[in-house]
Write a protein that binds this ligand. Structure first.
Ligand SMILES: [Zn+2]
Length: 359
């Protein structure tokens, strides 16, 4: 835990000293949106899209088929590889969703695996409608709100829904979130990613912690995000990976919204686990200042997960921190693509990299 902060000359005695030697120390990144329980990969789909084919949400079903066919051992190995990759890049807290199982058994399995690596586990049975329910969205929503939720709720903290044309409409999304709340889960929403829609409003009405994507917002959506506690979580990796327009972070910040940055790490639209990469995109392409982007990637992510103990280095915070191999936070955007995380501590314990030798 962080016990004291202030000038080095006035530091209390300590058992162990690390001299950062002029380098920047930041809170560990808080990645509040990631889809890490899956099998397979979709690099061919990405390459085709970059060659000019538009993104369609249907690609998710490719991953659903691979995930259902995978063993627990294979899913766990992929999940742990990604979690370790995140840690090396300075992410000390992350959220992890289900959503590639879409059966009672496969969604429950995804959540049990996710809970092995993070307490921030999200039930996303309402990701897309699986092929066996094609043409019967109400039937699938009944499954999600009934037997699937019963099996999944004990293993999750959050409930999420993909509220978008081609996925779930406003009434269906509201039903999923209400059922999740009744089962003790707190809502969050995939909202307004591909076009304007009801997602942000649905999130606010459900008391969601966060509306994620927020790429296409009306003035009314902005009003909702500034007049309610809903955090606007921006996922620029998805716009990078689908060549969509980036969300207008400047408009949100100038209006007074709370903004978080997260990776949306998933094998289809955004296969990056790098918060520094998202910070660089936010600064370069979304007109966030370097300070705003780093805040959104730390304290903003903590707000989106309703966590007061991470995302900052105030007294009482968990001692989750990163040492940059650079003199300032600005280098995260100033030197994009360059590994700059020299060391990572989680609850005061060195978990990645190596600090300068102690004096
Ligand atoms: Zn997502």
């Amino acid at each position: 835990m962080v016990a004291w902060t202030g000038p080095a000359a006035r530091a209390p005695a300590a058992d162990f000293i690390v001299d950062a030697d002029g380098r920047a120390v930041l809170p560990g990144f808080v990645d509040s949106h990631a889809h890490l329980v899956f099998a397979g990969e979709r690099s061919a789909e990405f390459a085709a899209r970059m060659a000019g084919r538009p993104y369609q949400a249907g690609g998710i079903l490719t991953t659903v088929a691979a995930t259902r066919a995978a063993t627990d051992i294979a899913l766990r190995a992929n999940l742990r590889r990604l979690a370790a990759e995140m840690l090396r890049q300075g992410t000390t807290t992350f959220e992890c969703k289900s959503g590639y199982g879409l059966t009672v058994v496969d969604e429950r399995r995804a959540l049990v695996l996710a809970a092995e690596v993070t307490p921030e586990v999200t039930f996303l049975g309402a990701h897309v409608v699986p092929p066996e329910f094609a043409g019967d969205v109400p039937g699938y929503v009944d499954l999600v709100c009934g037997p699937m939720l019963d099996a999944c709720a004990p293993h999750a903290r959050w409930v999420d829904v993909f509220c978008e044309d081609g996925a779930f409409g406003a009434d269906e999304a509201a039903a999923v979130l209400a059922a999740g709340r009744a089962a003790g889960l707190a809502p969050r929403v995939h909202a307004n990613q591909l076009r304007p829609g009801p997602g942000v409003r649905v999130a606010a009405e459900a008391g969601a912690a966060s509306a994620d994507h927020c790429t296409f917002l009306t003035d009314a959506d902005i009003d909702v995000l500034t007049s309610t506690p809903v955090v606007a979580t921006l996922l620029p990796g998805a716009e990078f990976g689908t060549r969509q327009p980036f969300p207008d972070a400047r408009r949100l910040l100038d209006a007074g919204a709370t903004v978080a940055l997260a990776t949306d790490c998933n094998p289809g639209s955004s296969f990056t686990s790098s918060m520094p990469f998202c910070i660089a995109l936010a600064v370069r392409d979304m007109r966030m200042t370097t300070q705003e982007a780093v805040w959104a990637a730390t304290a903003g992510g903590a707000a989106a997960l309703r966590r007061a103990d991470v995302g900052h280095l105030g007294v009482g915070a968990k001692a989750d921190l990163i040492l940059l191999d650079a003199p300032s936070h600005a280098y995260l955007a100033y030197r994009p693509g360059v590994p700059q995380i020299a060391a990572v501590w989680q609850v005061g314990r060195l978990v990645a990299g190596s600090p300068p030798s102690s004096p």
